[in-house]
Design a protein around this ligand. Structure first.
Ligand SMILES: CC(C)(COP(=O)(O)OP(=O)(O)OC[C@H]1O[C@@H](n2cnc3c(N)ncnc32)[C@H](O)[C@@H]1OP(=O)(O)O)[C@@H](O)C(=O)NCCC(=O)NCCS
Length: 273
């Protein structure tokens, strides 16, 4: 142990002190040498312990650095900050039929009109739609959402067709960059339902953000009774991982079950799924 300390490249303990410690163990019945050693040891005791601890902490840090640098070429191995520097979330995505744009405060009046049009459907599923929100309230929400984008937590897009008609919202939420894992949320104006538009938007998020960002998991959660919503992950090949019982309250305040659908990338499927 002492030889290891003495030879260690980060060893902060003076060689004399190490020799003294060695003497202590060798002293045997020779009382005055033992006593001198004890006093000296008492003096250096706290410093030494602290230094030894730092030495092992330095070792652990070094191991950690080596681990990170050895896996640096593995595209899934990064934190949020690393991810931010490696993959910039696009603010605009164009597909065959859609344009997804990062939400802007100026979209609020169009959003309000669409929420009003779709109120009968939305109020079944969203508690924020118990009353149709005002333009000001929507603007406030968009400001928060935009701040979350900067923090790397939530990336919401407004969906338009190529004629610039506003259709709805989709985006990535509850982002965990450590995995990385994403959850997708969405709503579509009632007059645009039944054309496959949301499936197209969700697939776009998956192929143009989740996968290039090194995502290992993307999930969609929905009320068990929301047949149209559940049809989207089913159509896109997600696995139903389970149903969480009484996991949410409906807008009417009744406990409801939540379906959890997910796709994983780059890791073996569990035998249990
Ligand atoms: C959930 C919601 C987005 C589903 O919308 P949707 O239009 O049914 O979903 P899609 O855009 O994927 O379209 C699928 C439908 O289009 C049809 N379709 C037509 N062309 C298609 C195409 N090219 N590709 C896929 N589907 C197509 C499908 O057959 C399907 O119709 P069907 O259900 O009558 O069989 C919408 O109902 C909604 O916004 N609901 C209220 C809010 C909500 O519940 N949000 C989810 C909370 S978890």
């Amino acid at each position: 142990m002492l030889r290891h300390l003495a030879n260690h490249p980060n060893n902060p303990v003076a060689l004399d002190d190490l020799a003294l410690i060695a003497n202590f163990f060798d002293a045997g019945p020779n009382f005055h040498i033992t006593f001198a050693c004890v006093v000296r040891l008492y003096c250096i005791h706290w410093t030494w312990l602290r230094q030894v601890r730092q030495l092992f902490v330095a070792d652990a840090r070094e191991d950690d650095t080596q681990l990170r640098s050895s896996s640096a070429t593995f595209p899934h191995e990064f934190s949020h900050m690393d991810a931010g520097s490696r993959f910039e979330i696009p603010q605009r995505l164009v597909t065959d039929r859609l344009i997804l744009r990062r939400q802007e405060v100026s979209h609020a009046p169009e959003m309000r009109a669409v929420i009003e049009e779709s109120y009968a459907e939305f109020s079944l599923w969203f508690d924020w739609c118990a009353q149709i929100p005002s333009v000001q309230a929507i603007e406030e929400t968009i400001r928060r959402v935009r701040a979350n984008w900067e923090l790397g937590d939530q990336f919401l897009f407004n969906i338009f067709d190529h004629a610039d008609r506003y259709l709805g919202v989709c985006g990535l939420e509850w982002v965990d960059w450590k995995v990385p894992a994403f959850e997708i949320g969405y709503w579509l104006r009632t007059s645009a339902v039944g054309k496959g538009l949301m499936s197209e938007a969700v697939l776009t998020l998956e192929t143009r953000i989740v996968i290039p960002a090194g995502g290992r998991r993307v999930s969609i959660k929905c009320d068990e009774r929301n047949i149209r919503s559940a049809a989207i992950p089913r159509r896109l090949g997600y696995t139903l991982e389970g149903v969480l019982r009484n996991e949410r309250l409906s807008p009417m305040g009744m406990p409801q079950n939540t379906m959890v659908w997910a796709k994983v990338f780059g890791t073996p499927q569990s035998a249990l799924v």
